[in-house]
Design a protein around this ligand. Structure first.
Ligand code: FMN
Length: 175
């Protein structure tokens, strides 16, 4: 029987999170895995996948509402398979223990629904040209710095970690 694919699902406003999903997709494919990358709004049936890697950006100290809804709606399935979260925010532009703590706190609502095996916390990107006037004013007020702060080496390293945890789960018969 063909192995079920790994699902990499994302919620994004300006594409920053999708690009992380695409990097993880490439990494897992290079390892020989079967992978599907989807906007989470296009996903119906999680039984088709052997593991789920789910990412969202942070707005107003929370995952995007569609990502929280997705976890709420699919919590039973998500709890039954290897699950990983990744999160993009400007808080992680400074990778200090306090900011890691804040970033984990942003994920509390989804972690209470389905606790993942691991979480990737990454700095995101702010491109004013991609934002509405209101969003521009909000990020300015909050003092978030404009620019692309994604640390591709850290993202790659997290992908390797997910891959190794996935394989440990499989060896342990977790899938
Ligand atoms: C309107 C708005 C609100 C945001 N709120 C937060 C926030 O509360 N905390 C934070 O750390 N980052 C916040 N950010 C930064 C985003 O998480 C960051 O820009 C991210 O890379 C966006 O990813 P996306 O393009 O995939 O949606 C906000 C960005 C915008 C535009």
């Amino acid at each position: 029987m063909l192995e079920k694919p790994i699902l990499i699902a994302y919620a994004t406003h300006t594409g920053t999170t999708r690009e992380i999903a695409e990097v993880l997709d490439k990494l897992f494919r290079e390892k020989g895995a079967s992978v599907e990358v989807r906007d989470l709004e296009a996903i119906r049936d999680l039984s088709l996948y052997r593991a789920v890697v789910l990412g969202s950006s942070i707005r107003y100290n929370e995952w995007l509402p569609e990502a929280v809804d997705f976890v709420r709606q699919h919590q039973d399935q998500l709890r039954s398979k290897p699950l990983f979260y990744f999160s993009l925010s400007m808080t992680m532009q400074q990778d200090t223990p306090a900011h890691v703590q804040d970033s984990l706190e942003f994920l509390r609502p989804v972690r209470e629904l389905a606790e993942p095996l691991d979480i990737g916390l990454f700095a995101g990107q702010l491109d004013p040209a991609e934002l509405t006037q209101v969003a521009r004013e909000i990020v300015q007020e909050r003092g978030f710095p404009v620019g692309d702060w994604r640390d591709w080496a850290a993202i790659q390293a997290w992908g390797e970690r997910v891959w190794s945890l996935l394989n440990q789960e499989e060896v342990a018969g977790g899938i």
